[in-house]
Design a protein around this ligand. Structure first.
Ligand SMILES: Cc1cc2nc3c(=O)[nH]c(=O)nc-3n(C[C@H](O)[C@H](O)[C@H](O)COP(=O)(O)O)c2cc1C
Length: 225
């Protein structure tokens, strides 16, 4: 009997070890594009625990994120979750889909293309200093996401109303980023602080495209193993 229990436990332990391990690919730019991987819907995490643990973290390690993590982060932030309507993981006022996500890192700045689930390079400049602005800790993060509302996507001329709705849309994307980071054991903080004018110029934004928030994302320097 003892031998049977021992063998059963051994079998359970070895079969756990045969579960597929997550691939970890370095991020690389090919022809001004980064092709993202499909979202890993098996990433485990429970909503109630994510809500319990969500918090702003301001201590970043410089360790790079891998391609799979960046891909999942962007899909969770505002990726397409219904192919038939191209609607997203975050709601959007009047379905304007006004939130553009810029990914800024050492290799340059990229815009998230939701349809292609890829990143298109818009600058070769590392803009993390301009994003960090007066908060140096933010520059340490390997990646910063900048949430920009494109007010021209609202189907009316009232700029004030469009900005109000754009701010709300950015808030939903921001919370998606927080919740994914919590589940993926990543550090992040929503920040209104940034060198807005410098970013507008470097990202070549037009007068309707307003940077609203940014999220440095990386591993927590205090808990990284
Ligand atoms: C719209 C918005 C703007 C924020 N801007 C900054 C910022 O510029 N710098 C910063 O360190 N934290 C910023 N924060 C984070 C808040 O300080 C933080 O959420 C708050 O202290 C509560 O902490 P918690 O997120 O851990 O609950 C911002 C949060 C929000 C929602």
């Amino acid at each position: 009997m003892k031998t049977f229990i021992f063998l059963s436990v051994l079998f359970m332990l070895t079969s756990c070890n045969t579960l597929p391990t997550r691939t970890s690919t370095p991020i690389s730019v090919d022809n001004n594009e980064i092709k993202l991987t499909q979202p890993d819907l098996q990433v485990r995490g429970e909503l109630m625990n994510a809500l319990k643990n969500r918090c702003s973290v301001r201590t970043f390690d410089t360790k790079a994120l891998d391609l799979e993590t960046l891909s999942d982060l962007l899909w969770a932030a505002n990726g397409i979750n219904r192919e038939e309507s191209a609607k997203r993981t975050a709601p959007s006022a009047v379905n304007a889909q006004d939130i553009l996500i810029y990914v800024c890192m050492e290799q340059g700045a990229f815009i998230y293309n939701h349809e292609a689930h890829s990143l298109q390079q818009v600058s070769t400049q590392d803009l993390r200093k301009e994003i960090a602005h007066t908060q140096e800790f933010a520059q340490e993060a390997p990646i910063s996401l900048v949430l920009v509302s494109d007010l021209s996507r609202f189907p009316f001329d009232n700029k004030e109303k469009a900005l109000q709705l754009g701010c709300m849309d950015a808030g939903y994307v921001s919370q998606n980023i927080y919740l994914y980071c919590t589940i993926a054991n990543l550090a992040t903080v929503a920040r209104g602080t940034m060198s807005t004018d410098a970013l507008k110029e470097a990202l070549n934004l037009n007068e309707n495209q307003v940077p609203l928030l940014n999220h440095p994302v990386g591993y927590n320097k205090e808990t990284i193993q």
